[in-house]
Design a protein around this ligand. Structure first.
Ligand SMILES: NC(=O)c1ccc[n+]([C@@H]2O[C@H](COP(=O)([O-])OP(=O)(O)OC[C@H]3O[C@@H](n4cnc5c(N)ncnc54)[C@H](O)[C@@H]3O)[C@@H](O)[C@H]2O)c1
Length: 254
């Protein structure tokens, strides 16, 4: 179903090669946006771009690692030079990392999670905000997690990183509200993707535990998160900024 929610908008999506990012790229394209996909895996990006263009959308990709400030800038620069401006961005790229009790957690796990999930969003925000200031406004959505609102066990650096994403969201929303830039976050609950396939594969029973803690009693499909993101990116919610929207089957409401 298409409703042209994002008709005429140029939207950048990070971590678009799989999971929630790929689903959001499809949703935004279906809603009429021109989409610029970024991630590290070129084969996946090329295949999704081809699929979207074959379906009548306007899509391009830029290979970029969000931990490198230059790469984040390259993707934003591409969007502006190819399509004239940047209206929306979904800062979604992230990693789950190993699930381990906090006292056993390694420096490497901590550093890789913070580098991707926090520095990555910070890098993207700086370039996106600069482009949106030039263009006269825009809407940014950061992908946090229910782990940005409450604790989940054996994932301390992930929890800290997702709380930090909410901090960045609030700071940016506050700073740029007068310039027509809205910044919000989504906080997905357990969602089918490569991260959860990895976590569930290595921790038998974890999916059942997560589902039992979710009032709706199930894992989300990435498309369910994508619909919320598309709406936040659209002009349908002009007075909404600095918020965190749980998309979690009621998990944080318990
Ligand atoms: N799946 C869940 O249950 C869940 C719940 C809450 C939040 N999230 C968040 O959703 C986001 C997307 O994850 P997903 O669940 O779709 O998993 P996923 O592994 O399918 O997708 C993650 C994407 O980020 C990309 N990525 C990772 N590191 C990157 C880097 N340095 N530079 C560029 N791209 C990079 C990956 O290649 C992939 O495209 C993450 O931020 C994750 O923390 C997921």
């Amino acid at each position: 179903m298409s409703s042209d929610l994002l008709s005429g908008k140029v939207v950048l999506i990070t971590g678009a090669s799989s999971g929630i990012g790929a689903a959001t790229a499809r949703a935004c394209a279906q809603e009429g946006a021109t989409v610029v996909l970024t991630a590290r895996r070129e084969d996946r990006l090329a295949a999704l771009t081809e699929e979207l263009n074959a379906g009548g959308a306007r899509a391009s990709y830029v290979v970029a690692d969000v931990t490198a400030a230059g790469d984040a800038g390259k993707a934003v620069d591409f969007a502006v030079s190819a399509y004239g401006r940047l209206d929306g961005a979904f800062n979604n790229a992230g990693i789950g990392g190993d699930r381990t009790p906090l006292h056993l957690m390694s420096d490497e796990v901590y550093e890789s999670i913070m580098d991707t999930n926090v520095r990555g969003v910070f890098n993207c925000l700086r370039h996106e905000l600069a482009a949106m200031l030039e263009g006269g406004g825009g809407s940014i959505v950061n992908n946090s997690s229910v782990g940005g609102l409450v604790a989940i066990p054996t994932a301390a650096p992930y929890i800290a990183s997702k709380h930090a994403v909410i901090g960045l969201t609030r700071a940016a929303a506050d700073e740029y509200a007068q310039q027509g830039i809205r910044v919000n976050a989504v906080a997905p609950g357990t969602t089918r993707s490569e991260i959860t396939r990895d976590w569930f594969g290595r921790n038998p029973g974890l999916e059942e535990v997560a589902n039992s803690l979710t009032p709706q009693g199930r894992t989300a499909e990435p498309e369910e998160i994508a619909q919320a993101v598309a709406w936040l990116l659209s002009d349908r919610c002009p007075f909404l900024t600095g918020t965190v929207m749980p998309v979690d089957g009621g998990f944080v409401n318990k």
